[in-house]
Design a binder for this molecule. Structure first.
Ligand code: MTE
Ligand code: MO
Length: 268
């Protein structure tokens, strides 16, 4: 991390030991655009895999510790732009209106199990202590990109709102809508636990490779949770909701892709 005089980040970087490659989860993550029988809620194979995912989560937390850092790279290792994937140009009316005004009216809401709900403009977020990190984004479709992300840490934003003790998860709600079979399209959403939310590399990113974050990569704001796979990096985020459980949200599995069979933890 660079540019972080205020955040006191001088944790020793521990070497990640390649656990991610061997997880049961990674064997079934075949692609962002395709899913098969694993999309069926009650399929026995899926039940087994979900139990394996839960085990992976607990093993990674135990072996790697809560603050193990994702690897960071040097600027010379940025070889190409961040490849846009998934939604790249949302068409929701509210999003289009904000985009037309260059996101001047954008507000990031912090809601749910907090003492003091907040709403921040982009200017306010940019005035918070900035942090940049050059990391590798791994999509389950089988590609990776090294890119420099700039933003502000999520942890102090949560502290300012006062997370209530019952809160266990952070849910990120997005502007873009995704296909949902015969049902109405569903908003993209994601979630993480409070350990990942407060991790020193978890940021609300508004910059990419020293430019303003482009629409194709999630403008005006996307989240970086650097120890997780690509689908755990929500773009076009408008609301951060603290919850005790995500059972009541959309498909109940904590994310759009999770509702379609992907692992919730998605660690790498
Ligand atoms: N809102 C939203 N966030 C999203 C997605 C999406 O479709 N919508 N796709 C996910 C997936 S599968 C990947 S690989 C990354 C792609 O991020 P990028 O376009 O910046 O490469 O965003 C993730 N976050
Ligand atoms: Mo992805």
């Amino acid at each position: 991390m660079s540019d972080t005089p205020k955040s006191g980040l001088n944790l020793t970087r521990r070497r990640l030991i390649g656990l991610g490659g061997a997880t049961a989860a990674s064997l079934v993550l075949s692609g962002c655009d395709q899913f098969d029988f694993l999309g069926q809620r009650d399929h026995p194979v899926r039940d087994v895999l979900e139990r394996a995912n839960d085990l992976t989560y607990r093993v990674q937390r135990m072996l790697l510790g809560q603050n193990a850092l994702a690897r960071e790279y040097s600027p010379s290792e940025i070889r190409q732009g961040q490849r846009p994937n998934g939604s790249v140009d949302p068409t929701a009316d509210d999003y289009l209106a904000l985009k037309a005004g260059d996101f001047a009216n954008y507000r990031l809401s912090i809601t749910g199990l907090v003492e003091r709900p907040q709403a921040y403009s982009l200017a306010e977020l940019r005035n918070m202590p900035a942090q940049s990190q050059i990391t590798r984004h791994d999509c389950v479709e089988g590609w990776s990109c090294i890119a420099k992300w700039t933003g502000t840490r999520l942890a102090p934003v949560l502290d300012a709102a006062g997370v209530r003790p019952e809160a266990r998860f952070v849910v990120f709600h997005c502007y873009d809508r995704m296909p949902a079979g015969l049902a109405q399209p569903q908003p993209y959403y994601e979630s993480c636990d409070l350990v990942d939310a407060r991790h020193p590399q978890t940021i609300l990113a508004y910059g990419l490779n020293d430019q303003v974050l482009p629409v194709s990569n999630g403008a005006p704001l996307r989240v970086r949770i650097e120890r997780a796979l690509g689908y755990k990096q929500p773009k076009y985020v408008h609301t951060i909701e603290l919850v005790e459980s995500f059972a009541a949200i959309q498909g109940g599995k904590g994310g759009y892709w999770e509702d379609n069979g992907y692992d919730w933890y998605g660690g790498i």
